[in-house]
Design a protein around this ligand. Sequence first.
Ligand SMILES: Cc1cc2nc3c(=O)[nH]c(=O)nc-3n(C[C@H](O)[C@H](O)[C@H](O)COP(=O)(O)O)c2cc1C
Length: 120
Amino acid sequence: MKKKILVVYYSISNGNTKQMAERVKEAVGADIAPIETVTPYTGSYNEIVEQGQLEVNRGYEPEIKPLKINPADYDVIILGTPTWWYTMAPAMLTFLKSCNWTGKTVIPFQTHGGWPGHVL
Ligand SMILES: Cc1cc2nc3c(=O)[nH]c(=O)nc-3n(C[C@H](O)[C@H](O)[C@H](O)COP(=O)(O)O)c2cc1C
């Protein structure tokens, strides 16, 4: 039976990860779902970078909205996150902890600005 593939991504600052996720979706014939935080990030890019540093340092897991698609219905989950302070964006951490990954194939990818850190 053909495997069902879902791309789940988080993207806020430039839409870089969104663009990559959409290309992957087209290439593999997947469904796609964005992760959105309940409280949106606001302020300038530099303010978000600073807030992100505080959040990463304390392992903060922001509340996220329920996905419109249920990951449990898929065999393969492709996960895309931007790099925030050398790791995944906090919203992706929340998502990772919210799912049961038993039996799933997970394929992560990241976008970054030249300092990829230890995301993957
Ligand atoms: C809070 C924050 C922290 C970041 N930290 C890093 C980093 O540690 N290393 C890096 O290479 N880029 C870093 N960046 C740049 C982003 O990873 C990069 O621009 C990414 O492609 C943004 O994805 P998006 O447009 O989908 O949100 C950071 C950006 C933000 C907003």
